[in-house]
Design a protein around this ligand. Sequence first.
Ligand SMILES: Cc1cc2nc3c(=O)[nH]c(=O)nc-3n(C[C@H](O)[C@H](O)[C@H](O)COP(=O)(O)OP(=O)(O)OC[C@H]3O[C@@H](n4cnc5c(N)ncnc54)[C@H](O)[C@@H]3O)c2cc1C
Length: 361
Amino acid sequence: MKIDYLIVGQGIAGTILSYNLLKAGKSVRVIENDKRISSSRVAAGIFNPITGRKMVKTWCADWLFPALHEFYPEFEAFTGEKFFHPQDMFVPFDSQEKQNTWMANSAEDEYATYIKGFSKTLYKNELNAEFGGMIITGSGYVDIPLMLDSYRTKIDAQGFFVNDEFDFNELKLTDDGVEWKGIEAEKIIFCDGVGSSSNNPFFNWLAFRPVKGELLRVKFEKNVFEHGINRGCWILPQPDGTCKVGATYNNRELNHEVTEEARNTLLEKMEQLTHLPYQVLDQLTGIRPATYDRRPFLGLHPIYNQLAVFNGLGAKGISLAPYFAKHFTEVLLTGKPLLGLVDISRVIRKYNIKNDVLTKL
Ligand SMILES: Cc1cc2nc3c(=O)[nH]c(=O)nc-3n(C[C@H](O)[C@H](O)[C@H](O)COP(=O)(O)OP(=O)(O)OC[C@H]3O[C@@H](n4cnc5c(N)ncnc54)[C@H](O)[C@@H]3O)c2cc1C
């Protein structure tokens, strides 16, 4: 029997896209080698509408945030697990000037939805926050391992999950689809994270720019934080009384080794934020499937339209995936055009297709 979609990878991308396709009545098999290290299983799962060193509204926040707040509770109901944790974020100011700027910003439509208020006293004994800070709303985090595991259990029970290594040598392109290990499908969609940036012979021409990240799990002497905290680094309180602290960005050393350098960088930033005594419990590392223009990669292969990609979620998979998985599902099912912002044809323009071969211009 021929199915509709084979999906390679069950990180955030493969999970949320396959769920949307199943919901639309399509038949799907998700292939995942759970011995690999995935970025999704390391990530803190934060969604935050105002981010970055310069603290600006995140790209497409006004589409992404309503979509994610609708999606995750629905997905919790499907899996029967609680992994979505809306949680306000406190951003302490480091100067009077910042305080004035954000007071002014909060009156503008652009930011008003996401700024809940200001406080001069919140965590005043725990944080170095002499200028007070602002409380961002619409933010929070997803317990990603729990989300992935609960979805996997669900689709495994229905026979839609294949725990295996996907090897490109075993993929056959047929006249009207693909075949892999005896499974015939209309299309195969690569949600293989950084796999697509190197090993994937069909999509390795996409301009990925993988970025290694490390984070710490720490225990503070006092368990006081009820908000995420963000300035220079973020501190994310967890239900077990520990906190995650992150994250580093390194596009030079793309390996999975935890480093003293990253640990020291994070601790230095954390100590600028809080003087609470702490103990480091753990250090985690992963590689974000980021792209040069920091936009996701969605689309069909320019030559073989039985091959597709849903990738490039970079540092923001939790906020990007709900909106764009829904959009890509509509594109695949209805032929609706892909949004140019995320369409891989923005990269194809820089390549020449001749005799079924892509070459860089
Ligand atoms: C330290 C750190 C902190 C982060 N914090 C956040 C955060 O707070 N919020 C946020 O939104 N994002 C965060 N991110 C980014 C987030 O991890 C990514 O956006 C997201 O995980 C990308 O998901 P993905 O499904 O595209 O890729 P991945 O999670 O890498 O998934 C790809 C999957 O494909 C599988 N796969 C690949 N090749 C094969 C093959 N040949 N055969 C079988 N299976 C295969 C892999 O095993 C993997 O499970 C963080 C990342 C790091 C490193």
